[in-house]
Design a protein. Structure first.
Length: 116
């Protein structure tokens, strides 16, 4: 939350980093749908809509490797940073901005409400 253009009220505390298994995920229900929150190596946090762009598979149930998750339905590899499938597959899933402060994961309030 170091950006000078955002304030504390722009962010919503979701859960602690410790609640997310290493190389795993937790699901958060938001007005925009279920969001998969992933913890990769070095405790880096990523969040994407919990629907593979291919057939809507639950990405939260996929295998995390590096900064990628493999969809459990048809083995599409989705990059967590931009939400896009790795070639030759095509398509992207919505990503969400996260911040970690004092061990807690925060989302931008505006992103939880709509697909801006």
């Amino acid at each position: 939350m170091s950006s000078s253009s955002s304030t504390l009220t722009d962010w919503v505390e979701i859960l602690s980093v410790e609640e997310i298994p290493s190389l795993g995920s937790r699901v958060f229900q938001a007005p925009v749908g279920q969001i998969a929150i992933f913890k990769v190596e070095n405790d880096q946090i990523f969040a994407v809509l919990d629907q593979c762009p291919h057939k809507g598979g639950p990405l939260s149930q996929g295998i995390v490797h590096g900064k990628t998750v493999t969809c459990p339905l048809h083995a599409w590899n989705i990059q967590l940073g931009d939400g896009c499938a790795q070639a030759p597959d095509q398509g992207c899933v919505k990503t969400f901005t996260t911040q970690v402060q004092k061990g807690m994961v925060f989302f931008m309030r505006s992103e939880l409400q709509s697909y801006a």
